[in-house]
Design a protein around this ligand. Structure first.
Ligand code: V0V
Ligand code: CO
Length: 150
């Protein structure tokens, strides 16, 4: 079950400059940053709020690390802006399978590694009204949906 907005992904040309904008304008600090080579991004996570299910919501600022990354291609076409939304779930495998059964293209057969050790997959934007949509299970959140599973 999708229970929260995990993050909004925002593509930018210059991560440091964008981090500074969010700090100076809103007072948001960097909670975590990392490079994800597989996805071709350098990213900063700004925690916006905790949520009632024990998760959190973030802004994910993304700068491409290589010319052929999906974010580089997107920036070339669109310039900076909102790149994707991500819903949080305790069961990315189950939710991705259920959504695939509804005829929406899920981009990965198996979830891949996302920010902070999460497991992520994506739904094709052309099947989602033009919105690139990510599903995320935060590290340690597996099975947290069902209190009887522990
Ligand atoms: C592409 N399109 C988009 C889009 N990217 N529409 C809305 N939002 C986006 N972000 C549209 C594009 O305008 C084209 O429409 C069509 O989809 C095909 O796009 P394309 O650029 O020609 O390229 P493809 O097919 O090579 O790649 C598109 C997909 C790719 C979505 C398949 O971007 C992808 O695999 N994305 C998932 C991985 C990702 O984005 N990683 C970066 C974030 P027209 O022109 O045909 O109408 S990593 C992340 O979020 C992490 C690590 C995390 O959260 O932890
Ligand atoms: Co993301």
């Amino acid at each position: 079950m999708l229970t929260r907005i995990d993050h909004i992904g925002i593509a930018c040309f210059d991560l440091d400059k964008t981090v500074e904008f969010y700090r100076a304008t809103y007072g948001f600090e960097v909670f975590h940053s990392e490079v994800n080579e597989e996805q071709g991004v350098r990213e900063a996570m700004l925690k916006i709020n905790e949520t009632s299910d024990g998760g959190a919501s973030y802004l994910q600022l993304l700068e491409p690390t290589r010319e052929d990354s999906t974010v580089a291609k997107w920036l070339d076409r669109n310039g900076e802006g909102v790149h994707h939304i991500a819903f949080g779930t305790a069961d990315v495998d189950g939710d991705a399978a259920a959504i695939r059964d509804k005829g929406v293209r899920v981009l990965y057969d198996e979830p891949r590694t996302g920010s902070m050790g999460s497991r992520i997959t994506f739904l094709h934007p052309k099947d989602c009204g033009g919105v690139l949509t990510e599903l995320v299970t935060a590290k340690g959140a597996e099975g947290s949906e069902d209190p009887h599973s522990h």
